[in-house]
Design a binder for this molecule. Structure first.
Ligand SMILES: [Zn+2]
Length: 125
């Protein structure tokens, strides 16, 4: 969700530090590559996204046992209601819009708001 590849960042940092070390020793090991550009995938995403994320950890509204969390697997196999996974919603519906750098924050929010609210209504319904 943070939009960074941790392994490639660590690798790049390691190469930069090696190059610094070689320069200190008098050898030219300069690495002119700069860090990869990071796209903020959360840019413009409305706060209702957090509400949708938290549906995974809320108590199941259908069970008498109120200690059961209402994750997608529980709802699917216990109550035979299939809801889309929050991860798939993120990958397929949120990120394509939020990572489009041509759109303003306001435009992203305006486009994502009805999508997220639709999923929230589906969960509560
Ligand atoms: Zn339940």
């Amino acid at each position: 969700m943070i939009g960074k590849e941790l392994l490639s960042s660590v690798d790049l940092m390691s190469q930069k530090n090696y190059a610094k070390w070689m320069r200190r020793r008098g050898k030219d090991g300069e690495d002119k590559r700069c860090a990869e550009k990071v796209v903020n995938k959360l840019r413009g995403v409305p706060n209702t996204w957090v509400d949708l994320l938290n549906t995974q950890f809320r108590r199941c509204p259908l069970c008498k046992d109120r200690r059961v969390a209402a994750d997608r697997w529980h709802i699917k196999y216990k109550h035979h209601i299939e809801l889309p996974s929050v991860v798939n919603i993120w990958k397929n519906e949120i990120v394509p819009i939020s990572s489009d750098e041509r759109l303003s924050r306001t435009e992203i929010k305006k486009r994502l708001q009805p999508i997220i609210e639709g999923h929230l209504i589906l969960f509560d319904g």
